[in-house]
Design a protein around this ligand. Sequence first.
Ligand code: PLP
Length: 366
Amino acid sequence: MGGNEINYVKEAFDTNWIAPLGPHVDGFEQDLEAYTGAAHAAVLSSGTAALHLALILLGVDPGDEVITSTFTFSATVNPIAYLGAIPILVDSEAATWNMDPELLETAIKDRLKKGKKPKAIIPVHLYGMPANMERIMDIATRYDIPVVEDAAEALGSRYRDKAVGTFGLMGILSFNGNKIITTSGGGALLSDKEELIVKSRFLATQARDDAPHYQHSEIGYNYRMSNIAAGIGRGQMEVVDKHIALRRDIHEYYKKHLSPVDGIIFLQEPGEAYFSNHWLSCITVDPTRTGGVTREDLRLALADENIEARPLWKPMHLQPVFKDHPFYGNGTSEKLFETGLCLPSGSNMTEEDRQRVIKVLLKKLS
Ligand SMILES: *Cc1c(COP(=O)(O)O)cnc(C)c1O
């Protein structure tokens, strides 16, 4: 927390706005619009809820197909399943670890050949690294398929100086406890199309028709963010750039000390077009070049010192629950899962904490 969050929450109490609507909700939405450049934003109960609503707004029905990244957190894919639609999983490119544009086009062509046009494409900006949005948008536009960006981990990340989450028809953010900023739990839907955001607010508040009594013509959801949570969000927006600077600094620190080691490869911005918030600093470990030291060796060496580090996301096509869905692969995400490690990256890490992590890793690698 930055400090001002408690004042916004107190203001909500003092003015008795303890509701899923109120001035902080409007204020937080305006803050997000100003920060990302999206024309409109709706703050919601979670990033998952935002994705669910985005797919509903696109008219995704049972049996429809939605293309997404296999290399992601399950929350990207679950909302497709909520609607009875079929996730079509696409592998990663080596440069960004995100959706491989070439495989995306292969997948689209193959689905069209099988007689079905995908209803949406959900690229993910994993670990804060922007996906190759120029090529993905070019392909999506050519085949006329709407894009919903999963920018849950990437608030503040930019591609060609434009915020991720604002390239597609819609984008989603998450403010879950582990993300770059948090409202304890929450999310947002972004779009330049006002009618989509207005409709998302309607669906998120139980789809109440405009009548003095409770009248419903559509199925609704209870997905709005509370005025309390939005108050925390407003405070967090005052420190988001500080959080990003800290995360980027941690990344630079790790890179400085580990890059010289043969066989340690960082997920890093592949070119000028990319600006990552470096939500997490991630590496892969090539045991053929580290003298046999594996990712697991490093993870366990850290665990021995009571330092938690986790493997990268396990790809969705390897998950028991999604393993039978169509998958277009090139081996990249499986390799990342096998060899990858997320290093401790919290915004609250001290200089001493970082030094401890590096000391343990270098000792194991020497
Ligand atoms: C966290 C996350 C989500 C879901 O956000 P919640 O707010 O936790 O529902 C979706 N996609 C990715 C890639 C995430 O990391």
